[in-house]
Design a protein around this ligand. Structure first.
Ligand code: ATP
Ligand code: MG
Length: 258
């Protein structure tokens, strides 16, 4: 385990990001800085634009305006202001790893092969190297005993822990989580949040969309609140949860507590 990174390097920088669907602006002039080693949680009501923001960061959605830099490199648009060639785009996208609500494991591959598939075929790792790394990652997420199991034999919490290991296997600089526990039975939420907490202690840079308030409070360096596509608050968790500056957030927190 390495020390939590306290450097001031910027991992993700988002400037003036806007995105519309069918004429409706779902992200409005979003500015966000994420430092290396930081955990940023994104909160907000359904439809506020949380997933769209994450999906813009790895170019699953293309923003209409604004810029996103990951590790200092702009995604999607090259220096000449043109759309990036596919290969260059793939390289920048690989700086991020995404974990979805719905796991998306490959059903025909066992746990180990779910994790080694992309490192072998995309990163060009040898089978032995990819498997050794996969086993380390399975250890990290507490899934070593299930290396040979197939996804349909796993609980939701176990599937999600494998999905996290699979994303980590690509050695991304930034992990993106879109409501990683919201498809889970309540008793399985804790095991997945514990893994994400461990990763934060190891210094991984993470952006996590979540509805888990206690988790957000415990793990975040910064909490961001989206309301109808606008960031209306960004604060350290203590300030956010005990002394929010907007009525909107106060109402949201009251509702979450009840
Ligand atoms: N591909 C799309 N085409 C059209 N509209 C979309 C698309 N993706 C998202 N939207 C709309 O954009 C808005 C923001 O959606 P988004 O999924 O980002 O919200 P969210 O905050 O993630 O919500 P939830 O908490 O329900 O996941 C919503 O009104 C949604 O209907
Ligand atoms: Mg969403």
């Amino acid at each position: 385990m390495f020390e939590k990174n306290t450097s001031e390097q910027t991992a993700v920088s988002i400037r003036h990001l806007s995105k519309s669907f069918d004429g409706v602006e779902v992200l409005r002039d979003v500015d966000l800085e994420v430092r290396e080693g930081d955990v940023v949680t994104i909160l907000g009501s359904s439809g506020s634009g949380k997933s769209t923001l994450l999906r813009c960061i790895n170019w699953l959605e293309q923003p209409d305006r604004g810029s996103i830099h990951i590790g200092g490199q702009r995604i999607g648009v090259n220096d000449a202001g043109r759309p990036m060639p596919v290969r260059e785009l793939a390289k920048v996208r690989a700086r991020t790893g995404m974990v979805f609500q719905s796991f998306n494991l490959w059903p025909h591959l066992n746990v180990l092969h779910n994790i080694t598939e992309a490192p072998i075929h995309v990163l060009g790792k040898s089978k032995a190297e990819a498997e050794a790394h996969a086993r380390e990652l399975l250890e990290k997420v507490g899934m070593s005993p299930k290396a040979d199991a197939y996804p349909n034999t796993l609980s939701g919490g176990q599937k999600q822990r494998v999905a996290i290991a699979r994303a980590l296997a690509m050695q991304p600089e930034v992990m993106l989580f879109d409501e990683p526990t919201s498809a889970l039975d309540p008793e399985l939420v804790g095991e997945v949040l514990a893994v994400i907490k461990d990763l934060s202690a190891e210094g991984y840079t993470m952006i996590v969309v979540t509805h888990e308030m206690a988790f957000s409070r415990a793990v975040s360096d910064k909490v961001v609140f989206l309301d109808k596509g606008l960031i209306i608050e960004q604060a350290d968790p203590e300030t956010f949860f005990t002394n929010p500056s907007t009525e909107r957030v106060r109402k949201f927190l009251e509702r979450e507590e009840s």
